[in-house]
Design a protein. Structure first.
Length: 328
């Protein structure tokens, strides 16, 4: 009897099992490609895919954060690829690692801030995502034996990449000469924005009213806007970032909130030297990978079990008391 009670307690305490994916896990591979875009432009990307994919693979395009690159966020690219997705990670010229290489420490802060205010860089980020969707046939041709399902496309990103993601999702731009929703792309079925900006800075109130497709927002209580990017003196915390979720129209929207998570939790620690943060909790980093995989399975594969797992009130206990999921 005591053993039975302990088993029942364990079920109550720990809730559902961790999400393990719709497609069975298999080894992933990666390849770096230089792609030819329209008007003779080029793009460098890293592509992750399952080595032995037997069916057409849904596609996720991932946008890196400020001073990041295609080389980062492999903990996401590999996880998604292992479960049958093709994950495409581009370099964003002007706001990638290469743009700040060789600068003195005193120059880095002003250069980073300038990149977030440069109209060419701002416009170029969502434009590149759209351009990569245009050349998916070219990517498929370069990936021998791997088929891309161009009817099931997701877009994700972290920090500056989350801003990029929201532009493709239909956010209203604020730059001179932009028309509202200029970068929205109807070919994308779902989005995952990790550490998005709240209102102010480069967002504005009401910006997300037309973001009506499925969107996952991820942020945490200990997120801080890096001091070198915050000249206002107003604290830019996780509560500020979650306002993106609060301002989204209802319907297929989810917030994954992690108590104690920092900005670099969502990059597995990349960039924490510049932000001054300690290394992230690896358990929380793993939760980012698991929840995003479930999100893609629910939205891009329309999997009923993934949807039920995300909707189950016991699911956050799979990770710990620090994890919370909200839906609208």
């Amino acid at each position: 009897m005591r053993h039975l009670l302990l088993c029942l307690l364990a079920i109550t305490t720990f809730g559902s099992e961790p999400w393990s994916g719709v497609v069975n896990s298999g080894p992933s591979a990666q390849v770096d490609l230089t792609l030819t875009l329209a008007e003779g432009k080029t793009a460098t990307v890293r592509v992750y895919h399952q080595k032995a994919a037997t069916a057409a693979c849904p596609v996720v395009i991932f946008s890196h954060g400020l001073a990041g690159s295609k080389d980062g966020y492999d903990f996401l690219g590999k996880r998604w690829a292992e479960h049958g997705y093709v994950s495409i990670h581009p370099d964003h010229p002007g706001s990638d690692t290469a743009a700040f290489r060789g600068k003195r420490l005193a120059e880095i802060g002003p250069a980073l801030k300038a990149a977030t205010q440069d109209p060419v860089i701002l416009a170029g980020r969502p434009a590149l995502i759209r351009a990569l969707i245009d050349v998916l046939p070219q990517i498929e041709e370069r990936l021998a034996g791997v088929k891309l399902d161009r009817e099931r496309i997701g877009v994700s990103g972290h920090s500056f990449g989350a801003w990029t993601t929201m532009q493709v999702a239909g956010a209203r731009g604020q730059l001179a000469g932009w028309r509202d929703g200029a970068w929205s792309d109807p070919r994308v079925k779902a989005f995952a924005a990790l550490s998005p900006n709240g209102p102010g800075v480069i967002n504005r109130d009401g910006e997300f009213s037309e973001c009506k497709r499925p969107i996952l927002i991820m942020t945490g209580s200990d997120e801080r806007q890096p001091a070198m990017l915050n000249s206002t003196g107003v604290e830019r915390s996780g509560a500020w970032r979650r306002q993106t979720f609060d301002q989204l129209p209802a319907g297929e929207k989810m917030l994954a909130w992690f108590d104690g998570a920092r900005h670099c939790t969502y990059s597995a620690g990349a960039g924490n030297v510049l932000s001054g943060e300690p290394p992230p909790d690896p358990v929380q980093v793993e939760a980012v990978a698991v929840i995003t995989l479930a999100w893609w399975d629910a939205q891009l594969r329309d999997d009923a079990k993934a949807k039920a797992w995300l909707a189950d009130s016991a699911t956050p206990t799979t990770f710990g008391a620090w994890a919370k999921l909200e839906r609208r």
